[in-house]
Design a protein around this ligand. Structure first.
Ligand code: ADP
Ligand code: ZN
Length: 612
């Protein structure tokens, strides 16, 4: 069967998509589905999941039906396929009646290669009747983790998708997701009834993404510094926890000359859709957003994802950062994290709805995220280990590039815990981190004097560390569960494990921030080195000319620029400077249809003299 199906699949890959070879396990997956098998595919963002169902849909008889929750992106997906010469359509609530009729007619008439449907559409008897009138090549269930009731992307309609198998037992199903934890993986299998499906689990590494986690001092300034030194003119996403901080950060960036747009669930649906569409279509925009933004955004040239607040889980962090660098070019995942994040998140968990088990679950997620922030080991090793995958130090994360030290913080930990202990036992009082640190530093602030805290035996015993160092100690003890916060004011309290430290039965190892965090200069050098290997000097002006042509053409056709050609394809064209259509056709990303449609224009753009 292998030999039989490789031929047509490879032929489609080359002719339609213009790519030479399959990536990773694409070929295996495609052969399996072409042969009628069910599949569950776990592949990181940018890994190339779409081809895994698009090619079988083109090779098998009938239409590939794709279930996707991303209604706002269906038009772009269909446009991208149309540009490749693939016959695609979608049905969702945004479609007017005439367009819907037209799509239905093409489906029934066997003139569609791919049909995208929203999950809620499948709940309607009308859609089921429609599907029965056509011929179905396969069902693809995209963003399959939406079936998981624990994840933040849960869509109730996904629970009904098992009916597909009951009504079309012979049609192969392929479920795909970039969410990698084993629990989600299992849940997808059971809830979708994919019992006999073959599982394809790829490596989750994204080698082109550089992971960096920095101590939060003045987050907006730090962000601006990052954008100015490393990401001038780049497209990127900045994640914030709350709607109000989204608004403020977007304003701040605009005031400082960075083209930024806000996105959160509180904005008018029209504004949201507009901002999303501008982000996808225009070059170099920064989207400042809550996590409501981003699922399915397949803009390939997002150069950075910055977090100004701590994500609630490693899964969330990984998914959000994964939106950077889908095109495989160097990209940054940057997170600023501080004591206040820990306090705030613990408070949110304490105040969250749901039972104790639910809160414990949230607590575990947060602990894993904190462990990632406080590690002295390679970030990537830790991230991949979280998803059950082994690896070695990566050389492309902050801890690899600028290793932090680990130091014995047992004595400072004892001093801090003992301060909390004395306040509680001797005075029956609870205070937040600020007051405890002032006491340790021996600062006679009004609040210290007012409460007579200068009379405590621990007053001034911590003068050997600076305030910022004490904050790091508090943060890390919170992260390690040796200290806890409670109540609205985030007061510090001891935990069961605190006693071990106070009783000298436990050593506390802490992370010391490197003297010089990964310097922008160091990174800039690496980036320009990377860019240089891809773009020789003489190619740079050609690349700019091609980009200008692409952006004009995209505007004219009102599609995102990447639907025409990706940056990676334009770079290769600029480098090889083809002079004939035949030469152009050998470049990765130039398929039959795009060659016919845009080939001559590309050659003209290359041959044009410099604009006067
Ligand atoms: P995912 O859905 O897994 O995030 P996509 O399907 O969007 O990833 O693919 C990511 C990028 O990689 C796209 O730009 C796609 O065109 C490109 N791509 C996928 N497969 C190949 C391949 N075999 N050769 C070259 N490029 C590929
Ligand atoms: Zn590393």
């Amino acid at each position: 069967m292998g030999v039989e199906t490789t031929g047509p699949a490879l032929e489609v890959l080359r002719r339609v998509f213009g790519y030479d070879t399959f990536r990773g396990s694409q070929q295996e997956i495609i052969e399996h589905v072409v042969g009628g098998g069910d599949a569950l595919v776990l592949m990181p963002t940018g890994g190339g999941k779409s081809l895994c169902y698009q090619i079988p849909a083109l090779v098998r008889d009938g239409t590939g039906v794709v279930v996707s929750p991303l209604i706002a992106l269906m038009q772009d997906q269909v446009d991208a396929l149309t540009a490749l010469g693939v016959r695609a359509g979608f049905i969702n609530s945004t479609l007017d009646l005439d367009s819907r009729r037209a799509v239905e007619a093409s489906f029934v008439g066997g003139q569609l290669d791919l049909l995208y449907l929203a999950p809620e559409a499948l709940a309607s008897p009308g859609t089921m009747r429609l599907l029965e009138r056509g011929r179905i090549a396969l069902f693809a269930i995209d963003e399959a983790h939406c079936v998981s009731q624990w994840g933040h992307d849960f869509r109730p309609d996904y629970l009904n998708l098992s009916v597909l198998h009951e009504r079309w037992p012979d049609v192969p199903r392929i479920a795909l997701t970039a969410t990698a934890t084993t629990s989600t993986h299992k849940e997808i299998g059971t809830r979708l009834g994919l019992t006999g499906a073959r599982h394809f689990v790829s490596s989750f590494d994204r080698p082109n993404i550089q992971y960096r986690i920095v101590p939060k001092q003045d987050p907006r300034r730090q962000l601006l510094e990052l954008l100015r030194t490393e990401h001038r003119g780049d497209a990127g996403i900045v994640y914030c926890l709350s709607r109000s901080s989204v608004e403020k950060v977007a304003e701040f960036l605009k005031d400082n000359g960075v083209p930024a747009l806000p996105y959160h669930a509180g904005l008018d649906a029209r504004v949201r859709a507009d901002n999303q569409s501008r982000f996808l279509r225009e070059d170099g925009l920064v989207m400042v957003a809550t996590i409501a933004f981003g699922m399915g955004i397949d803009k390939p040239d997002v150069r950075f994802v910055a977090h100004l607040d701590l994500p609630k889980s490693v899964e969330g962090y990984y998914q959000e950062t994964g939106r950077a660098g889908r095109d495989g070019l160097p990209s940054n995942a940057w997170l600023a994290y501080g004591l206040q994040d820990v306090v705030q998140q613990r408070k949110m968990i304490e105040g969250s709805e749901g039972d104790a088990a639910h809160r414990r679950g949230l607590g575990r997620h947060l602990d894993a995220m904190l462990a990632l922030c406080e590690t002295v080991e390679c970030r990537r090793v830790q991230l991949l280990a979280y998803f059950g995958q082994q690896s070695g130090p990566c050389g492309n994360c902050d801890t690899c590039l600028s290793p932090p030290e680990s130091w014995d913080g047992t004595v400072p930990a004892q001093k801090l815990l003992s301060t909390v202990f004395r306040l509680q036992k001797e005075r029956n009082q609870k205070f937040g981190a600020g007051q405890c640190i002032d006491i340790l530093l021996g600062k006679k602030t009004d609040k210290v004097v007012q409460w007579h805290h200068d009379e405590l035996t621990v007053f001034g015993v911590g003068a050997d560390l600076r305030e910022a160092e004490w904050r790091a100690v508090v943060r890390q003890l919170l992260a390690q569960g040796l200290l806890a916060v409670e109540g609205d004011y985030g007061t510090l309290v001891l935990t069961d494990d605190s006693a071990e430290v106070l009783g000298r039965r436990r050593q506390v190892m802490l992370r010391r921030e490197p003297e010089r965090p990964v310097s922008a200069a160091k990174v800039a050098k690496q980036r320009s080195a990377a860019a240089a290997t891809e773009l020789p000097a003489q190619a740079a002006p050609l690349f700019e000319r091609l980009r200008a042509w692409r952006s004009a053409t995209a505007k004219e056709l009102s599609v995102p620029a990447y639907v025409i050609f990706h940056d990676a394809t334009l770079r290769q064209i600029a480098t090889e400077a083809p002079t004939t259509l035949a030469q152009l056709s050998t470049i990765s990303g130039v398929g039959e249809n795009k060659l016919a449609k845009f080939g001559q224009q590309v050659l003209d753009a290359l041959g044009d003299p410099e604009p006067a």
